[in-house]
Design a protein around this ligand. Structure first.
Ligand SMILES: C[S@@+](CC[C@H](N)C(=O)[O-])C[C@H]1O[C@@H](n2cnc3c(N)ncnc32)[C@H](O)[C@@H]1O
Length: 244
């Protein structure tokens, strides 16, 4: 199975990628994790050879079949190596987590973590989270969306690749339930300012903090956050609630 993961997610839509297409060799442990556990915990957004998600007759993600229960669903976009989502899901057993990641070693790492921890409330999707949301996530269905330390795309000409931008936030807000939250975090000051401006301009979102949010205890420190802290960056959280 791991060889088929080498195929990068195709472009399901005429959109600009928000992730770096990278090919990084898998470690032996990562290959074994995918071979042994992927069918039980993961599915592909783009490549049916790597598993398809259960869907309802309407074509939506069938979360009752996927998790074996009906529970509030948290979408984590760009889950990296999965250390954050594994810790949050372990501490939050009454909600289900869907971690979406385009980077293959990242999904292999997440598979290792969630299987070692015996977590039943996490599933992993390989591919472009925005394509999955457009195709499979119904409006008003998500309890929360997490976007933690997204690729900063610091050069001006690459800002169009940032995941937190107006049209993506409009898409994600529509998938949140009323009262559901969008939570973003970054250590890049310019991106933090963009996150704040975009959520505050969205007519269906309200920022309960009136600025940056205090760092919530439930968000674990990942390697990406630690790297930013080590560089002397200030970490910002932006939280918005769907009110419209
Ligand atoms: C800098 S890492 C942060 C990982 C993790 N959230 C953390 O805080 O440790 C950002 C990740 O987002 C992923 N990513 C970016 N855009 C994505 C998309 N549209 N769909 C899925 N993953 C995406 C990248 O592949 C990368 O692994």
């Amino acid at each position: 199975m791991p060889d088929s993961f080498d195929q990068l997610p195709g472009r399901a839509h005429q959109d600009i990628r928000t992730f770096h297409p990278r090919r990084v060799p898998l470690s032996r442990a990562q290959r074994e994790a995918l071979t042994d556990h992927w069918p039980a915990v993961g599915f592909s957004v783009h490549n049916p050879d790597n598993g398809t998600p259960p869907v309802t007759p309407e074509g939506h993600l069938d979360t009752v079949t996927l998790y074996g229960r009906a529970a509030p669903l948290v979408l984590e976009i760009g889950s990296g190596m999965g250390e954050g989502v594994a810790q949050m899901a372990a501490a939050d057993p009454d909600r289900d987590y869907l971690a979406v990641e385009a980077h293959v070693p990242g999904i292999a790492g997440a598979v290792q973590r969630i299987t070692e921890a015996g977590l039943t409330n996490v599933r992993i999707a390989h591919g472009d989270a925005l394509a999955l949301v457009r195709a499979r996530i119904p409006e008003g269905s998500l309890d929360a969306v997490h976007i933690y330390f997204p690729d900063p795309w610091p050069k001006n000409r690459h800002h169009k690749r940032r995941i937190v931008q107006t049209r993506h936030v409009e898409l994600l807000r529509a998938r949140l339930r009323p009262g559901g939250t969008l939570h973003c975090a970054t250590d890049w000051e310019h991106y933090a300012e963009q996150m704040l401006a975009v959520v505050e301009a969205d007519p269906g979102l309200t920022n309960p903090h009136g600025g940056y949010a205090p760092r919530p205890d439930h968000r674990p420190v990942t390697k990406f956050e630690q790297r930013g802290i080590d560089l002397g960056h200030t970490v910002r959280d932006v939280v918005a609630v769907r009110t419209g």
